[in-house]
Design a binder for this molecule. Structure first.
Ligand code: URA
Length: 220
């Protein structure tokens, strides 16, 4: 963990190496996406390292034995924030094929730096909210405003904070400060805490606009 409560920085050499690729502005969209995918596996294994297990009896070709699998009581919900969060969702789904994927559509008002909602595939209320595990996906945790809005959506439906995880590639200290203050028990997993935000709310040194680089819509 870091100076921020419940923030895990995944400092694996594979993450560092691939961060060096995606930060480089000369990297093509294809190479950018593939480098993010390699980091995504490590982020997810860390974000899910405390999932509850249950015992079951099975029979190997040799004998009966007790093994552990993910608890069947818990429903895992993957919630990518559109559009950049989509880069994480295929791999999250590959690792957890039984998970539900519920998209959240938000874009940032560039003047106020506040999130504007345009899509929400989350049910009005949850049965057994204490049995939901939520993985909110957004590659850039910058001002923290959209992270807080997305977390609030689930917290207001009575999902315990400790069941909510926020997965990002790169985070800004300003955003982490805000999110961890508002939701101290939400676990945040990231590959880097960068230096600061610039006046436009972009992370420095960062990687620019993640959505534009993923979807090859960078305007020169
Ligand atoms: N969103 C991005 O895509 N990049 C940033 O640096 C901040 C927010």
């Amino acid at each position: 963990m870091t100076d921020f409560q419940n923030v895990k920085v995944v400092k694996h050499p594979i993450c560092c190496h691939n961060l060096s690729i995606i930060r480089n502005k000369a990297t093509s969209a294809e190479v950018f996406r593939n480098a993010i995918r390699r980091i995504t596996y490590l982020l997810f294994y860390n974000a899910t390292d405390d999932l509850e297990l249950e015992d079951i009896e099975i029979e190997t070709p040799l004998e009966k034995c007790t093994v552990q699998r993910l608890s069947s009581k818990k429903e895992i919900i993957i919630a990518p924030i559109l559009r950049a969060g989509l880069i994480f969702s295929d791999i999250a789904n590959e690792i957890m094929p039984y998970a539900t994927v519920r998209h959240i559509g938000m874009y940032r008002d560039e003047d106020t730096l506040t999130p504007v909602w345009y899509y929400n595939k989350i049910p009005v209320e949850f049965d057994n909210p204490e049995d939901k595990i939520i993985l909110i996906l957004d590659p850039m945790l910058a001002t923290g405003n959209s992270a807080i809005d997305a977390i609030k959506l689930f917290a207001n439906k009575k999902v315990p904070q400790k069941n909510i995880r926020f997965v990002s590639l790169i985070s800004a200290p300003e955003g982490l400060e805000k999110v961890t203050k508002a939701y101290p028990d939400v676990k945040i997993v990231t590959a880097s805490i960068d230096n600061c935000l610039n006046d436009n709310g972009y992370i420095r040194p960062g990687l620019g606009d993640a959505g534009d680089r993923i979807f090859n819509t960078v305007e020169n």
